[in-house]
Design a protein around this ligand. Structure first.
Ligand SMILES: [Zn+2]
Length: 258
């Protein structure tokens, strides 16, 4: 096996560092705390985490998942989020190379990962992340070789509008709120980044993943159907699947009917 090329390694490390920042945002944005100050501290003893103990992935391994001061357990989720953003960044770099598209889509995946974990924790999708995500997606379309800005703009309207309609029908039929406004802005964001043509497949993928994973979780935890399953992580997964495998999925689907 040859050496990993340095630029690829760098893209992974850049992604992991952004994952470290995502961990801070996932914790602080729903609590309306600053994501810049104060520096990170241990949730158990409150001791400030030194920069050397705050290296993505590496510090977790070196500290064996425990705080240097009090020995309290560091959640496994921190290194997992860092590994996830690192791998997604690497995958983007392999696809786009050292281009402005790589940087734009790095912002895209960062917002999706951050939103997903906040939605898992708190059942909200902060507009502070999704609205800039919509605007950045539209901006990115002006630099994209094969995604006209009009596709992006229609994607925003169609993404928001389609979930708005679903929510309105659901409310009329059941008298209950089934879907939050955050989900609508998130699908608008996916429409902005992936274009309006992506939306039917993104919604289909998200729903299938939601039924399989969310339904499985409901069955194993036996919490019943009253529990609200956050839809944000599944929309994000659907969007990422489309970004990386959309062409293959469409080709496979078409081959079923030919
Ligand atoms: Zn501690």
């Amino acid at each position: 096996m040859g050496l990993i090329p340095l630029t690829e390694l760098f893209s992974f490390l850049l992604g992991a560092a952004l994952g470290s920042f995502a961990n801070v945002c996932i914790h602080r944005i729903p609590r309306r705390q600053s994501v810049v100050r104060p520096p990170s501290s241990c949730p158990h003893c409150g001791e400030r985490i030194a920069p050397l103990d705050n290296i993505p992935l590496l510090s977790y391994v070196l500290l064996k998942g425990k705080c240097r001061h009090c020995g309290g357990t560091i959640s496994l989720r921190y290194p997992l989020v860092e590994a996830l953003t690192g791998l997604l960044s690497l995958a983007l770099f392999i696809r786009y190379g050292p281009t402005v598209q790589y940087l734009f889509f790095l912002a895209f995946i960062w917002i999706l990962v951050t939103i997903s974990f906040i939605d898992l924790d708190q059942q909200i999708i902060p507009h502070a992340l999704s609205v800039p995500g919509v605007l950045l997606g539209l901006t990115a379309s002006f630099f994209a070789p094969n995604r006209p800005w009009l596709d992006s703009l229609i994607g925003i309207a169609a993404g928001w509008g389609s979930l708005y309609l679903v929510a309105a029908c659901f409310r009329r039929l059941t008298g209950k709120e089934g879907m939050g406004g955050g989900d609508m802005v998130l699908l608008a964001m996916l429409g902005a980044w992936l274009g309006w043509r992506s939306l039917p497949l993104v919604v289909l993928l998200s729903s299938v993943l939601g039924i399989l994973i969310g339904g499985g979780a409901l069955l194993t935890t036996r919490k019943g159907l009253g529990v609200r399953i956050p839809f944000g992580p599944f929309l994000s997964l659907g969007g990422l699947s489309y970004l990386f495998f959309g062409r293959q999925i469409l080709a496979w689907y078409t081959s079923l009917w030919m």
